[in-house]
Design a protein around this ligand. Sequence first.
Ligand code: M6R
Length: 604
Amino acid sequence: MCGIIGYIGFRKAPSVLIKCLKRLDYRGYDSAGIGVIDEKLQVFKDVGEIANLEKKVPIDKGTLGIGHTRWATHGKVTKENAHPHVCNNKKIALVHNGIIENFKTLREDLERKGYKFTSQTDTEVIVHLIDESYNGNLEDAVFSALKKIQGSYALAVVHEDEPGKLVGARRESPLVIGIGDNENFLASDIPAILSYTNRAVYLEDGELCSLTAQSISVFDDTKKKIEREETIIDWDIKDAEKSGFPHFMLKEIYEQPNAIYQTLQGRVFEREQSILFPERVEKLLTADFDSIHIVSCGTSFYAGWVGKYLIERLTGIPVIMELASEFRYFGVKKGSSLVIAVTQSGETADTLAAIRAGKNAGCQTLVVSNVIGSTATRIADGFVLTQSGPEVGVAATKTFTSQILVLFLIALKLAVLRNRIGLNEVYKYILELKALPKQLRQVLDRSEEIVEIANRIKGATSVFYIGRGVNYPLSLEGALKLKEISYIHAEGFAAGELKHGPFALLTEDTPVVAIATKDATYAKVLANIGEVQARGPPVIAVADDKDTEIEKHADFVIRFPSNGGLLSCIPIAVILQLLAYHVANLRGCSIDKPRNLAKSVTVE
Ligand code: M6R
């Protein structure tokens, strides 16, 4: 939800800002702008992609500047509403990510005092408040402006009269400082600055920072200077580039054999038949809780839901699934539950609020995230990283399968801790885990077959996905992938539920993707496929390699290599991702940046 960037150093700021913004555009892409100080403050903005803005920036001078890529919340997509916003004397420029809840009152008050507004955004009040308090010191003015603001913000500010200073602040929206040699950065997210530095300092809620080219200072909300340690990010810049793939999403789908391998690294020990987590996590898992709440949103919610089946199956511990946006208001139960929050970005506003709600209710909290240093990893009692490398495509792919894998490892660990399984069984599962990268490569090799099926469904107006047990949340995820990138209406259902209502929507033009695994529900799923076929729509079955029956029941079959075990959900997920990708590609959709969406949803 909006990406912000700030630069101070020795390079040409416009080029640096544009380059960094291009790496942040998955956070929002309806308009963009930069503000640069080259003696005078100069601001350039435009609607649409960052490439539009790039063409309209006539200068490449100045070594201090800020930039923004927008996902509109308040005010339409117009050049006026694009950031940076400037104060009336045009000396201060500001970019902001978040929502100012009391902006209407503040705006009325400022207008009464004579301030002229040029946009409909909530953000513009901040720059006028800073101007109102400005007395020769930008940090002080930002401090006093922020005291009047309610809501969330990550912001970067510059002042024409202080050309050696870049000021940032955050509350409930992400902001990281990137440390270079004789240059420093502010960014919403690490991939933005990865080609310049992998040294980061994270700001906590309520903190403010002031950067020069050679120094960084961090202050708490009482203006007390604090020391903050650096984190070294071990992501490679190549991970954040397309590397010859037409889309990040396809690249990230193809990265899964390696992402899975990385997720297992340092955790799964075949010889010792053991699963190892950091001490803090082991302590959380050893505690005496009698249930688990999994809280998350979107794809991470479906990964959590798959995790629920895995944990319940291996440990017998009841797992309650809670959408973070609901849990934060209605779901908190006092008592001995472990709250597991699943979040790729670690910055999703609803998930952060759910973690805080869990903590306030006295629960221990554990986060599964892909981003080290993200807010979620810092506010929870412990965290496990998915270790899948940066994910840029708005549609989550490799992090979905890695999240499932981490939840499976948690399930295994808990099963051992609670004496539910013996070492032999652990060993059997470890072998299954180690076989996964090869199985995924086999699925990826079948991409052309999936393109053929995608060709048959690309013209549909609606597609249903059905499955039972662990394949039910997979159906929901398959449908979410298709709708978010191809704009075809898609729904996932528990296979037994079609006859309780959804059948009314089924026509000959509604392809049904049925996940049929050789488990206890197989015969029932075949029966459900029969019920569908009796009504005319084509059925695409996703079935395992050893299934000799399925061809008799389905119109098309996509096969996955079978391990016959709990982990077939992972190759199946990859098939569903490829299907969605190829349908969207055949329809010519904007795959990495679907309309109205943003990768990281940092507003409620
Ligand atoms: O960063 P998070 O995992 O917390 O994000 C949650 C959802 O916003 C995210 O999974 C979203 O549903 C994806 N666009 C799905 O592909």
